[in-house]
Write a protein that binds this ligand. Structure first.
Ligand SMILES: [Zn+2]
Ligand SMILES: [Zn+2]
Length: 133
């Protein structure tokens, strides 16, 4: 039997997967309120934080939004490429690159704890659509 918290996490993940693109916590709350009118923001934020912690959801800092993880590499931080036209998010896992960044920052005595790498641009299909018009 899943706890109430786990149940909310499952619902949040389903809502994020249904959107398939970066979604704000507010929008997720509105989705869940369809079935549970009394669900409150702290409940949503707790569920999102737990999902991010588990690597099942990525937080997009530059958009203040969340997206469901698409890869099977929950243990690596991902490089997230965000299409500014359609909102598609692509994940690239490059542990070596991240290690290199950690080494670079270490030179000044900095202790890296987590990497947030987001790249904005246009995805392949939006780029092609733009080239045709
Ligand atoms: Zn991922
Ligand atoms: Zn696109």
């Amino acid at each position: 039997m899943a706890s109430r918290g786990e149940q909310v996490q499952a619902n949040v993940l389903v809502a994020l997967l249904a959107h398939g693109k970066p979604t704000s916590a507010y929008k997720i709350m509105r989705d869940l309120q369809d079935g549970q009118p009394k669900i409150a923001p702290p409940t949503i934020y707790r569920a999102l934080a737990a999902l991010v912690e588990q690597g099942k959801v990525h937080r997009l800092e530059s958009l203040n939004a969340f997206v469901a993880c698409q890869c099977a590499h929950h243990d690596h931080p991902a490089i997230l490429s965000i299409c500014d036209d359609c909102g598609a998010v692509e994940e690239t896992v490059a542990p070596k690159l991240l290690n290199q960044l950690t080494r670079l920052t270490k030179k000044s005595g900095f202790a890296a704890m987590r990497h947030i790498i987001e790249i904005h641009g246009r995805c392949a299909s939006c780029k092609n659509a733009g080239a045709q018009s």
